[in-house]
Ligand binder design. Structure first.
Ligand code: ASP
Length: 440
């Protein structure tokens, strides 16, 4: 049977009975006339009540199954295929950059005939998307996963960390990881712990708009990421995303201090509580933070394991102890509580956290304020939380705290050792002084 991706229920049966497949030119008889067009795939969450055709004008039309009388295949379409031009022969002397694909908007490419979305998989495809990349580095693209980043889990972090560690042994000059933007900050934090001391740049990069759109941020973000990964004299884990509205500068954020702060803007990412690490533009790389480690460095011992038995809970007015009890029942070993203001929760939650800690759990506090730092010494509630054994995490971001707690438990640490590791700065996740200004 031909491909009918995304169709289900009645719509699937209707098309199947006619022997139609995606890409075929079909004639659909409706109660109001005949419509001719190319059968287009449906999105994963599309309903079962419509058939979608691309008309000769280029517009898509959705036809309600209710009014449809029949469908006839006029011409069999070829299976959608894409033959990118070969990238130029490598000119030697260029740095070697490993590109690890994980999925998300940045990796997608649309087949205009059918509307299907494909990941860009080969160096040829990358070259055809952004020809400039081939002049910047010898690229080795590898698809590790093809998922939207809401589906990334600690298991994916482990695989990424292991692959980067191997890339270091293989003497790559740098690694670029293409990733969906939604959980880019979590992965960047997780890799910052797993790869602490990595001697090359590891750049995570995403895009808010897919590469087929004229306003896409993918090409510029990729060019900046590959340039820095291949040639900049720095090491560590960073996120590269558009800076401001302009189309010529890309911000580099430290992996443990970065957050997606806007749903759709291309400059959605911000460095919280610290200056940007660096800013890339056509004229070069400007370091905006004084403490970026150079390439090379000392010992590198990757620790790629994570323990998923950690939960991040946001406190809200009227929250009860149920959420904490439920977490305990599910075997959760560490909790990151995102409290209000300086790090507060109501009395019932304080009591329940005390029980959780007495039973051997690790409870840590971050703030919903995002900027600023937790201080449990100001109000009675804070002091009660300290008494209950809750650990204040200074100015650590909640997402970073979650990744760190998973990593700490993944090292095998427990009890007071885990608490100690959570309180010391391992990868720039906490600062000693609150940064006074805006990051840029
Ligand atoms: N939901 C998508 C993801 O995070 C959005 C994107 O690709 O940026 O994978």
């Amino acid at each position: 049977m031909g491909d009918l991706s995304g169709y289900k229920g009645d719509a699937l049966r209707f098309l199947k009975d006619a022997g139609a497949a995606i890409g075929d030119v079909v004639e659909v008889r409706t109660s109001w006339g005949v419509v001719t067009g190319t059968l287009v795939p449906r999105y994963l969450h599309g309903d079962a009540a419509h058939v979608v055709l691309k008309l000769r004008s280029g517009y898509n039309v959705g036809l309600d199954l209710e009014g449809l009388k029949g469908v006839k295949v006029v011409a069999k379409g070829e299976k959608p295929s894409f033959a990118p031009p070969a990238p130029p022969k490598s000119t030697g002397g260029l740095p070697r950059v490993l590109i690890l694909g994980t999925g998300g908007t940045i990796a997608s490419r649309i087949d205009y005939r059918t509307g299907a979305v494909h990941p860009a998989v080969s160096s040829a495809e990358l070259h055809s998307l952004v020809p400039e990349l081939s002049e910047l580095a010898r690229l080795q693209p590898e698809i590790m996963f093809d998922v939207f980043s809401e589906n990334i889990s600690p298991r994916h972090w482990t695989k990424l960390a292991q692959r980067v560690a191997k890339a270091v042994r293989e003497e790559f000059d740098g690694v670029v990881i293409t990733h969906g933007t939604d959980t880019l900050g979590y992965t960047a934090a997780a890799l910052s712990f797993a790869l602490a001391g990595v001697p090359i740049p590891v750049i995570l990069v995403g895009a808010q708009r897919s590469p087929d759109r004229p306003s896409s941020d993918a090409p510029l973000n990729l060019v900046a990421a590959v340039t820095v990964a291949g040639s900049a004299d720095l090491s560590g884990v960073y996120v590269a995303m558009h800076l401001g509205e302009s189309d010529d500068r890309v911000a580099f954020h430290k992996g443990t201090r970065v957050r997606k702060n806007h749903t759709s803007r291309r400059d959605a990412f911000v460095s919280v509580g610290v200056p940007l690490a660096a800013v890339w533009g056509r004229e070069g790389l400007e370091r905006t933070s004084g403490d970026l480690p150079p390439r090379g460095g000392g010992q590198f011992k990757p620790r790629p394991k994570f323990d998923e038995r950690v939960a991040l809970l946001k406190f809200y007015p009227s929250m009860t102890g149920n959420a904490i009890r439920a977490a305990k029942r599910q075997g959760i070993r560490a909790l990151v509580i995102e409290g209000t203001g300086l790090g507060h929760v109501n009395r019932e939650v304080v009591r329940e956290l005390g029980r959780f800690v007495r039973a051997g759990g690790l409870a840590c506090m971050t703030s919903q304020c995002i900027d600023g730092r937790v201080d449990l010494n100001v109000y009675d509630t804070g002091r009660d939380l300290l008494q209950a054994g809750v650990l204040p995490l200074e100015d650590m971001l909640s997402e970073t705290a979650l990744a760190k707690a998973m990593w700490v438990l993944g090292t095998g640490a427990g009890g007071s050792k885990a608490k100690e590791l959570m309180s010391v700065d391992l990868a720039g996740e906490t600062t000693t002084r609150t940064f006074p200004g805006k990051p840029w």
